[in-house]
Write a protein that binds this ligand. Structure first.
Ligand code: MTE
Ligand code: MO
Length: 259
């Protein structure tokens, strides 16, 4: 895997010291011994930014979802919600193997992108075997491959003012387009990827071909399928009914569906 992760123990060691330093002086020297005084001072001077980061760590938003082995793969990864987006447009894309499919990366970015599947596949890839949990009461384990969403956003030069990422889908349910959204913590999480392959094969239509979100710390309905646009925004208010997702707008599904 080409993505480099900071070992979690290291992350925790640092934040642990920061928390101790904020609360109790005697512990600060303990941290000094481990991390070195200049490093601690530098961390303390980072002020609000570090405070936010430590809160994030305390909430465990950065923790990785469990990854499984090939032996754990579900024999069939079932489909839920839309199994085939209605309409001639999607049918035409499917008929020619999605070669003309584009995912637009727009909104609060320095360089809007229009990525083909070839572009998506040419980026550094991540493969992960994870468990999908649907609120309707089923789970399945599958292996997903695709670039990290964070890489796509970096390529587009996502702006600091972006607070949410919106995923627009090609399927309509009851006449309305499916969409979802997440905050920047989940968007930049190492296991948040735009997947084009399931179990070493091109993504089946029923599972969101040609491109779907995998956002492994969230429940099933957040994993937008048939994605054709990724938009960085400062607010969700003007999108759909303002609750951040197709089901959030309609029934009482939580926008933050962390697991
Ligand atoms: N575009 C789109 N994305 C979607 C849905 C959908 O109907 N349309 N259903 C959601 C729900 S409720 C679940 S559980 C998962 C199902 O993914 P799967 O079909 O690969 O099992 O996709 C989610 N993403
Ligand atoms: Mo679901």
């Amino acid at each position: 895997m080409s993505d480099i992760l900071i070992p979690r123990r290291q992350l925790f060691a640092r934040t642990g010291c920061l928390v101790a330093a904020a609360g109790a002086l005697p512990l600060l020297s303990g941290c000094d011994a481990i991390n070195g005084a200049p490093a601690v001072r530098k961390i303390l001077s980072m002020g609000e930014e570090m405070n936010r980061a430590s809160q994030r760590a305390l909430m465990d938003r950065d923790a990785l979802a469990r990854e499984f082995s090939r032996a754990d793969l579900s024999p069939i990864f079932r489909s839920n919600g839309t199994k085939l987006p209605p309409g001639d447009d999607y049918a035409a894309h499917a008929a020619n193997g999605f070669v003309d499919w584009r995912v637009q990366v727009t909104g609060l970015v320095a360089r809007p992108l229009s990525l083909s599947l070839a572009d998506v596949r040419a980026m550094p890839q991540r493969t992960q075997i994870t468990r999908h949990d649907c609120v309707e009461g089923w789970s399945a384990i599958g292996q997903w491959t695709g670039p990290r969403l964070g890489r796509i956003l970096a390529a587009a030069g996502v702006r600091d003012s972006a607070r949410y990422i919106v995923f627009r889908c090609a399927d309509r349910i009851g006449g309305d387009l499916y969409y979802e959204s997440c905050d920047m913590v989940d968007a930049l999480h190492p296991q948040t990827i735009m997947a084009w392959a399931l179990n070493d094969a091109v993504l089946p239509i029923a599972n969101g071909a040609p491109l779907r979100l995998r956002i492994e710390r969230q429940l099933g309905y957040k994993h937008a399928k048939y994605v054709n646009a990724i938009e960085a925004v400062a607010s969700l208010d003007a999108i759909g009914e303002g609750k951040g997702g197709y089901w959030e707008d309609r029934i009482d599904y939580e926008w933050y569906a962390g697991i």
